[in-house]
Design a protein around this ligand. Structure first.
Ligand code: SF4
Length: 365
């Protein structure tokens, strides 16, 4: 491998030529860098761009983020998933207003004290927004360094994070740490990609890369898969009365806390069981129509769902829920991605007549 300092300057020269144009890079502010980094956790850049622009237009600064209602915040976040990120952003904004005169702290230690900011995000904000000489080590960086150094430490094992962090710090150029970290982000997204063959021929670092030199790129990184997911099964009810849909709010603690959802119960019921269940609850069911099953995978849980469209004649108060119009649902209520399949069915159902699907044409059970 060539000298480490050459490696950093070659990477920076490549970044100066090839950096992606992204809205949070055009006129960077600490607030914009922070919001973008939180949105980019678990979400692709292409998806984040539109969300980021809408978010910054509506909530252009920390004060406005601290003051916005949770309903509106979740609506801005709807579709990005992992809503705890939005909730933590707002909690952090309120703390910043209270304790830091409304200014994002400029060093890693203080940043790490804020909700939703871990080691990686603190490093990214400190280096990009405040030019601090610090690393931001995420999955991209672990993969790139495992390949560059032909390093077979397991990147899936949290214990090895320190080891890779130290490797990055050895080569990080203190004066351009933010650009260096962003160059690694771009390299990981565009060239040194996961799984699918990385584009080594186009890589500015190929003459430094030990895995490339020894023809073992496909064997790296070593990553154990330690995630075991719990399966949870639910029956979902899309309960409709005329133009209104029944929604209920999830508890204020735990998974998807405080978001709206369709009434549901744990376990998978067949149509007869579902009808009996609803009748036992006092629901006068006109029709009940199976609308299919869907899955949603969270980090440690997988939901397996089976849904029914239920038409009822009396909009009684049910399941502690609220009756709302389809239009209000689309404009004001944030539903988790987990229900996307069922929300798409409602979109079809309430579409203009000539574009409607045949959901009402299904045989009623
Ligand atoms: S040469 Fe290939 S494996 Fe090595 S850093 Fe570049 S893209 Fe990654």
């Amino acid at each position: 491998m060539k000298k480490d300092n050459d490696f950093a300057s070659v990477l920076l020269a490549w970044y100066d030529r090839e950096a992606r144009t992204l809205p949070w890079r055009t006129t960077p502010t600490p607030y914009g860098v922070w919001v973008s980094e939180i949105m980019l956790q678990q979400t692709q850049v292409a998806t984040v761009i539109g969300y980021f622009e809408r978010f910054m237009q509506r909530l252009p600064d920390i004060q406005s983020l601290a003051e916005v209602s949770e309903e509106e915040l979740f609506k801005l976040w709807e579709g990005l998933g992992y809503y705890s990120r939005a909730r933590n952003l707002q909690r952090a904004a309120r703390l910043i207003v209270e304790n830091y005169d409304g200014l994002l702290p400029n060093n890693e230690n203080e940043l790490r004290k804020l909700p939703g900011i871990g080691d990686y995000t603190a490093g990214a904000i400190a280096s990009i927004a405040f030019q601090k000489p610090t690393a931001a080590v995420d999955g991209n960086v672990l993969r790139i360094f495992a390949r560059l150094y032909k390093d077979d430490h397991d990147i899936g094992d949290a214990k090895n994070k320190k080891h890779f962090h130290a490797l990055v710090m050895q080569v990080l150029p203190p004066r351009r740490a933010g650009d260096f970290n962003q160059a690694l982000m771009d390299l990981g997204a565009l060239i040194c990609t996961p799984k699918a063959a990385p584009k080594c021929c186009d890589c500015p670092l190929k003459s430094f890369c030990m895995a490339y030199g020894d023809d073992c790129v496909n064997q790296l990184p070593v990553k154990s898969n330690k995630i075991s997911r719990k399966i949870q099964q639910y029956t979902i009810f899309l309960i409709i009365h005329q133009e209104k849909i029944l929604l209920k709010k999830r508890p204020s603690q735990g998974l998807l806390a405080g978001l709206w959802e369709y009434p549901n119960l744990e376990g998978i019921l067949n149509a007869t069981e579902a009808r009996f269940f609803l009748q036992d609850k006092g629901v006068a069911v006109d029709t009940i129509t199976p609308v299919g099953s869907a899955k949603h995978t969270f980090t440690h849980i997988q939901w397996q769902m089976n849904g029914y469209l239920v038409k009822i004649s009396k909009p009684l108060p049910l399941f502690g829920g609220t009756w709302i119009s389809y239009q209000a649902l689309k404009e004001n209520y944030a539903l988790p991605n987990a229900y996307q399949f069922y929300t798409a069915l409602l979109d079809q159902l309430f579409a203009p007549k000539d574009k409607q699907m045949t959901i009402f044409d299904y045989q009623n059970e």
